[in-house]
Write a protein that binds this ligand. Sequence first.
Ligand code: DQA
Length: 154
Amino acid sequence: MQNTDIKVLVIHGPNLNLLGIREKGIYGTEDIESINKRIREEAEKLNIGVEIYQSNHEGEIIDIIHSAMGKYNGIVINPGAYTHYSIAIRDAIKAVDIPTVEVHLSNVHGREEFRAKSVIAPVCLGQISGFGGDSYLLGLRAVVLRLKQNNAFC
Ligand code: DQA
């Protein structure tokens, strides 16, 4: 697959619109506009297409995932708190069968016990967690790498 054929959908889940304001000690001071700018710059460097959405609503996130069918070949998603319990988002990712990477700004494995469990990660290529806004850029690179290798390990 050529990079120019690759289109990735980036989804920010609930409360991520408040980045830069919310719990700065955990999520840092970078706001979502700055992260989105860096995602677009990274996509340009990789010579791929990218679109970015944010939603605070589970059903809307599911609709966005469904709408990716036939339009995007990869998904990078930070499901926010839905990570830990949304079987519906997990099922949507499984249903559309588009290679997906789960990303988190914070290291979900070093925080409260409930955050270490992801119901989404098992249907993804993998999870990137703990690198702040860079987690999205790493997620983008990871999905492109796998698409080019055409070799998913799950
Ligand atoms: C988060 C981690 C989740 O546990 C939390 O509910 C969030 C943000 C992260 O990016 O670190 O909203 O997904």
